[in-house]
Design a protein around this ligand. Sequence first.
Ligand code: PLP
Length: 232
Amino acid sequence: MPGVTTADRTQQVAARLADLRRLIEDLGRDPASVRIVGVTKGHGPEVGAAAIAAGLTDLGESYAQELAVKAADERLRGVRWHFIGGLQARKVRSVAALVHLWQSIDRPKLVHEVARWAPGARVLVQVRLSDEPGKAGCDPSEVPGLVAEAARAGLLVEGLMGVGPTEGGAEAARPRFRELARTAADLGLETVSMGMSDDLAVAVAEGATVVRVGAALFGPRPARAAVRAWGP
Ligand SMILES: *Cc1c(COP(=O)(O)O)cnc(C)c1O
C-alpha cells in the first residue's frame, strides 16, 4: 500500500500481537506455551518483514512458489517457515530446504516425498475436522497409521494440525478441537496446531500449542490475483 511505511506496519502488527498474547493469557494459558505462526500468504514480503520486526519468528505460507520467493528475500532471513497449505507432492522438492515445520502432511505420498527431499524433517499430520467434502486432512481413523508411517520414514512427528469447520462459527469447532487435542495426547504427541483468526479463542481454550494467524495480525489478504504483482 503506497504511503504505508515499514514502521507503521510494524507498529500495527506489534499492537495486534500484544492483543493476541493478552487474549491467550485471559484464557488461562501461558503465552509462552502457544506458538504464534503469522500467516503471511497473499501478502508481499514487506508484511513478513513487519511481522519479524514486531517480534514474530515463525511465518506460515500455503503456496510453494510464494514461500520460495519470500524465503529468498533479504528482509526475511532467519524466519522459521511453516508450510500450512494443500501440498502437491511434486512441489515438495522446491521448498524442501526451506521449511521448518511441514504442517499439512495428510497422506502417505507426502510422507515419502518429504522424507526423500528433507530427511528427518519435522512434520505435523493434518487431520480433517469437518464433514464438509473436499476438505484437507486425513480421516481421523487414519491418524495413528499415518503417524507411524511418518516415523518409520524417519520424519520427526511433532503433532497434529487441524482446520476448524467453516460452517457454524467458532463454537462448532470446539468439539473438533477438543478431539484433536485428545488424539494428540493419546499418541504422545506434544504439538497441536489449531485455531485461525476466527476460531482462535476456542482453539487456545481447548489446548492449542500452535495457532496460525493471518487476518487478525495482518488485516485482510489481497486477492490472489494481486500476488502476481510481486510474486513468482
Ligand atoms: C490461511 C490459513 C490460515 C490463516 O487464516 P486467517 O483466517 O487469516 O487467520 C491458517 N491456517 C491455514 C491452514 C490457512 O490456510
